[in-house]
Ligand binder design. Structure first.
Ligand code: CU
Length: 122
């Protein structure tokens, strides 16, 4: 009766197998991370911003509003005259009616807000 020796596992190939498993876990983790980041980028909580140009027709520093006769705002609206809310950190005291301005609007889902407005640069 002969005793067959069991093939001993080659330590090299065992290591390689474990390394492969680790790599596959890392790949899966990377895929999950990319998915999470993609979801965050598409989140409705992320405010959209738009750049505009026009004239400050009326400035109400106490009401925190500015009425702008603005040109077309790409991806948002055609040119028109309308009143916007202005973010608290924007200085309206130095903005005189009749000034030609460049401005930025933010839409965080609760309406448009002017987050930056400055005399237009030629
Ligand atoms: Cu408008």
């Amino acid at each position: 009766m002969t005793r067959r020796s069991r093939p001993t596992p080659n330590p090299q190939s065992l290591l390689a197998r474990q390394g492969g498993r680790a790599a596959s876990v890392a790949a899966r983790f990377a895929a999950a991370l990319a998915l999470a980041l993609g979801v965050a980028a598409c989140s409705p909580a992320a405010p959209r911003e738009y750049a505009g140009h026009g004239e400050a027709v009326e400035v109400d520093a106490s009401a925190r509003t500015v009425t702008l006769e603005h040109e077309d705002i790409p991806d948002l609206m055609k040119g028109m005259t309308m009143t916007f809310h202005v973010a608290p950190n924007v200085d309206l005291e130095t903005l005189a009616p009749g000034t030609e301005v460049d401005f930025r609007l933010s839409d965080a889902g609760d309406g448009l807000t002017v987050v930056e407005i400055r005399p237009a640069t030629p």
